[in-house]
Design a protein around this ligand. Structure first.
Ligand code: TRP
Length: 344
């Protein structure tokens, strides 16, 4: 068997943007939703639900792969992520929106797929090696973390997901999922469906230090930040380091503030570029313009979110409905899997 990561073998792991099929994606409840999530994943999820059958879930078991010592945070994080996604436009009446740990069969299928997943495939996954390196002082070298992509394969295959909207960093997981599915089907017959990644068109969003926006780098603007927090965080962003004095020309192409103008400021995008380059636009003013637009952009979201916060128990109701909705397809898949494997 050719190992994952071999391009020739895995071409086809990425679907065309207009592909049709059942959509499935998961979100780890690691903390507040930020602008990077919003443009990278959330807008995609909201758009895809319009013309696809979609399954969206909160990957609370996946969070334990790195945060097994922080389970006390889980219920609050799950609730707030559920409400954030609903306020952002994920429509639970249209999609199947549920919590991973409410589907116990996910654990069963994860055990079964583990039987046929070679250790070498898992040890080669780039995100595994990165996590081990980045969290060296945190005891994450556990079976659970190694098995992260197996669990992810289960998430997808247990509902027969075909298209998986994810970021570029997840393509290696999808390639591995396809390998596991092929191996399963070779042993037991054609039971599981090979998924493909659906990459978002949105460029990766820079944070305050110019690196990719990410909670772990502490460089985010969160979608629930209030006006003061947004203004303070925008002010803290780095800009072109060569633009020091008033009147110095700037280089928008290397400035994270200009990258964010690309997302929030269609009305002054060209104007900003010209006036930055000429030196006429001071960074302070440019940041103020951006903050104004981010505040306005998220105002409707914050209103809906505040509304939901008045009855926070709706999160549980929504997830319970999702659990009920996902049952049929899960039971169907597991019946086929157990049958194919001659299990009870
Ligand atoms: N690994 C994904 C992430 O970090 C989260 C995830 C878990 C997921 N299971 C999934 C994404 C299944 C897509 C499909 O963002």
């Amino acid at each position: 068997v050719t190992p994952p990561g071999d391009d020739a073998h895995n071409e086809g792991a990425v679907a065309a943007l207009d592909a049709k099929g059942r959509v499935l994606t998961g979100f780890r409840p690691t903390g507040p939703l930020h602008v990077g999530h919003w443009f990278g994943n959330v807008m995609n999820m909201v758009r895809l639900q319009e013309d696809h059958e979609a399954f969206y879930f909160i990957a609370d078991w996946h969070m334990l792969t790195t945060h097994y010592d922080r389970t006390a945070e889980l219920p609050g994080n799950v609730r707030s992520l559920a409400l954030d996604l609903v306020a952002a436009g994920v429509d639970p009446s249209r999609v199947t929106f549920y919590r991973q740990s409410d589907v116990k069969e996910v654990a069963e299928l994860s055990l079964l797929l583990g039987m046929i997943t070679p250790l070498g495939w898992l040890e080669r996954v780039p995100t595994y090696k990165e996590r081990l390196r980045d969290m060296a002082e945190r005891d994450v070298a556990n079976l659970g973390l190694l098995g992260y992509p197996v669990l992810q394969t289960v998430d997808i295959t247990i509902v027969r997901g075909e298209l998986v909207p994810v970021g570029e960093d997840q393509v290696s997981h999808l390639e591995l999922s396809r390998e596991i599915v092929r191996r399963f089907n070779r042993h037991y017959g054609d039971v599981l469906v090979e998924p493909r990644a659906l990459l978002s068109k949105a460029p990766s969003v820079p944070g305050s230090d110019g690196r990719k926006m990410s909670k772990s780098l502490d460089n985010t603007i969160d979608v629930r930040d209030d006006e003061d927090a947004i203004r303070r965080k925008v002010r803290s962003f780095i800009t072109d380091p060569q633009k020091v004095r008033l009147g110095d020309p700037g280089r928008p192409e290397i400035c994270p503030i200009f990258a964010l103008h690309g997302l929030f400021s269609p009305d002054i995008y060209e104007w900003t570029e010209e006036n930055c380059r000429s030196g006429a636009l001071p960074c302070v003013e440019c940041k103020g313009n951006l903050a104004d637009r981010i505040v306005a952009y998220y105002a409707p979201f914050r209103e809906r979110r505040d509304e939901l916060d008045r009855t926070p128990e709706v999160a549980e109701t929504i997830l319970a409905e999702g659990q009920a909705k996902v049952r049929a397809v899960v039971e169907d898949t597991m019946k086929a899997v157990r049958g194919a494997m001659s299990l009870g």
